[in-house]
Design a protein around this ligand. Structure first.
Ligand SMILES: *Cc1c(COP(=O)(O)O)cnc(C)c1O
Length: 358
């Protein structure tokens, strides 16, 4: 059986929109897309009077090198959020199919499912925020078409060991697509599971330039998956998803210079994460700081509401994650620059000498 048997039959049969840029590329004089012949401000240089390439070749090449996949295994879109939405729409029939998530987790999986009127099966992470593979498999029903696994987890920061991902992929073969969201993997000790794509056609990996690559504002994210899944999602993706300025920003971020910059900042974040964890853990009123493999820390407080207000009054906005199961006393604090992190510690009353070495 093919992984496409899990997808909606009407999407597999859909005759997609064929854009001017898809039907013909190259040429010197482009009179096929009803674009303006002039640059908007007349001074040239932006190229924005033309529709962008649907999957810009230079960006696709840079991303395949970055992630170590083949071109046909990669779909680039407007953030991994777009890939999540496309997956749900392609695989889940409204009112009939479902996704499976493990709370506490990223909220977009369930939101996309609800928009599509797909069910949401919840299998909570264990008390230590590890994934319970047996519980996931026990909760599986024929309606579940997508199983999302977020590693490192947002908002807890925990990781799913590679062996568990493999066990899941194996057990889900022919039953559901396993979607591993690696939005924060660049900050983790353990690497990506992307090399497993060639072994499991029902595995998909989400990657993004929004976090470690400092491009949240450009909205560039990828789905890495079996070529059939990539081709299927291209059918339902809007014809020109990627704005040209975003593509150019991504190419700059993925240049040699851009990559060196990002890697240096990942190093700073990892060191600051350790320093912040130790300094926060010593603070009266802090119950625990969860071990995190991402660029944030989930911090348990005796009174998280008071801590939130204390930070807010100092001009610092953190994420209140108390609505998540298992985190009803916690705030999620992003790791910033050493100076920004010092401001957090000072606002929470850490004595200057107890901040640790920045
Ligand atoms: C931030 C985040 C994303 C979103 O990524 P975009 O590429 O910006 O859409 C996806 N998954 C998780 C778990 C995230 O925290």
């Amino acid at each position: 059986m093919s992984v496409l048997d899990l997808a909606r039959a009407e999407i597999r049969a859909l005759q997609p929109y064929s854009s001017a840029r898809m039907e013909a590329s190259g040429g010197e004089l482009l009179l096929n897309a009803n674009e303006s012949a002039w640059e908007p401000t007349g001074d040239g240089g932006t190229g924005c009077n033309r529709y962008p390439e649907p999957q810009p070749a230079a960006l696709v090449d840079a991303l395949t090198r970055l992630y170590g996949v083949r071109r046909e295994q990669l779909l680039v879109g407007r953030g991994s959020d777009e890939a999540i939405d496309l997956l749900v729409r392609a695989f889940c029939r409204a009112g009939r199919d479902a996704i499976l998530v493990q709370p506490p987790t990223f909220g977009m999986y369930a939101v996309c499912a609800r928009i599509q009127d797909a069910g949401v099966v919840e299998v909570p992470l264990r008390g230590d925020f590890s994934l319970d593979v047996d519980a996931v498999l026990a909760a599986l029903t024929p309606a579940v078409k997508l199983v999302f696994a977020c590693t490192p987890n947002n908002p807890a920061g925990s990781v799913v060991p590679r062996a568990d991902i493999e066990r899941l992929a194996q057990a889900l073969a022919g039953r559901a697509l396993l979607v591993v969201d690696e939005a924060y993997v660049e900050f983790a000790d353990e690497g990506s599971v992307v090399d497993l794509l060639d072994r499991y056609d029902n595995l998909a990996v989400l990657r993004t330039l929004s976090k470690a690559w400092a491009l949240a504002g450009a909205r560039i994210g990828c789905l890495l998956a079996h070529p059939d899944v990539v081709a299927l999602l291209r059918r339902i993706m809007p014809p020109y998803p990627l704005p040209l300025p975003s593509v150019n920003a991504a190419l700059l971020a993925l240049s040699g210079w851009g990559q060196a910059n990002a890697r240096a900042h990942i190093g700073v974040v990892r060191a600051e994460r350790a320093r912040m964890r130790a300094a926060l853990a010593r603070l009266p009123g802090v119950r625990a700081v969860l071990a995190s493999q991402a660029n944030f820390l989930a911090v348990r407080f005796d009174d998280a509401g008071a801590a939130y207000r204390q930070l807010y009054e100092a001009g610092i906005v953190v994420r209140d994650v108390r609505r998540h199961p298992g985190l009803d006393d916690a705030l999620r604090i992003t790791v910033g620059t050493p100076e920004e992190n010092d401001r957090v510690l000072v606002a929470l009353g850490v004595p200057m000498q107890a901040r640790g070495a920045a």
